[in-house]
Design a protein around this ligand. Structure first.
Ligand SMILES: O=P(O)(O)OC[C@H]1O[C@H](OP(=O)(O)OP(=O)(O)O)[C@H](O)[C@@H]1O
Ligand SMILES: O=C(O)c1cc(=O)[nH]c(=O)[nH]1
Ligand SMILES: [Mg+2]
Length: 195
């Protein structure tokens, strides 16, 4: 599957959004990949994650478990794990920090592939990898459906991206005037109020 094929799946799901978005990292962008609209259809999710699973196997061989960061990583993590025929678990934020909860644990020495939906700066991936290591996992690679950094993000382990593209993103104090003129949306979960 080429990067263009992957982006076409987003287009077909009306998931390639234009406007003014604040991203998980705090950067602002005129484009947002609303992955939930892609993953909501099982056939579309399967095509993408089957291709990602094949790419993971080609590049790192057999792994023992997939671990993903909530919320966005949960569905692609599960579907990719299904094609790798391994279990899928996830970390979620507790007091802002990713942790394994819900009875999930890692067997000592388990080879882990961390599966993300989207990588922009790699911040969430690095936080997830740190949480996995703290819980005893050996992270052999990271993987994602789309790397918006065009290969520039450094997550500290090899990053296997199904699609790679370079999307503009700007610090809040350095917005182009045409972007600053549009009301901002914050679609992710990082800044959601805690209950
Ligand atoms: O590479 P980064 O700069 O970290 O950006 C990518 C992250 O942003 C999104 O998560 P977000 O925190 O918005 O929440 P979500 O998973 O609930 O969508 C996405 O799911 C990635 O985890
Ligand atoms: O960087 C992000 O937060 C981000 C970008 C994007 O296109 N899609 C997404 O879900 N998150
Ligand atoms: Mg996320």
């Amino acid at each position: 599957m080429t990067s263009e094929d992957v982006i076409n799946e987003f287009r077909a799901a009306n998931a390639l959004r234009e406007g003014h978005f604040v991203l998980s990292s705090g950067l602002h962008s005129p484009m947002f990949l609303q992955k939930n609209l892609v993953f909501m259809k099982a056939d579309r999710c399967e095509r993408l994650c089957k291709a990602l699973a094949e790419k993971i196997t080609d590049q790192v061989g057999k792994v023992d478990v997939v671990i993903s960061p909530a919320v966005g990583g949960i569905i692609p993590g599960y579907e990719t794990a299904r094609h790798l025929d391994v279990p899928s678990i996830y970390v979620e934020r507790e007091g802002g920090e990713f942790k394994l909860r819900r009875g999930f644990s890692i067997e000592p020495g388990d080879k882990v592939v961390m599966v993300e939906d989207i990588v922009t700066t790699g911040l969430s991936s690095r936080e997830c990898i740190a949480a996995i290591r703290k819980a005893g996992g050996d992270v052999v690679a990271a993987a994602c459906i789309v790397d918006r950094s065009g290969g520039e993000a450094d997550v500290g382990v090899p990053l296997i991206a199904l699609a790679s593209l370079k999307v503009p993103a700007y610090p809040a104090d350095d917005l182009p005037p045409e972007l600053a003129a549009i009301p901002v949306e914050d679609p992710g979960s990082r800044r959601l109020a805690k209950v």
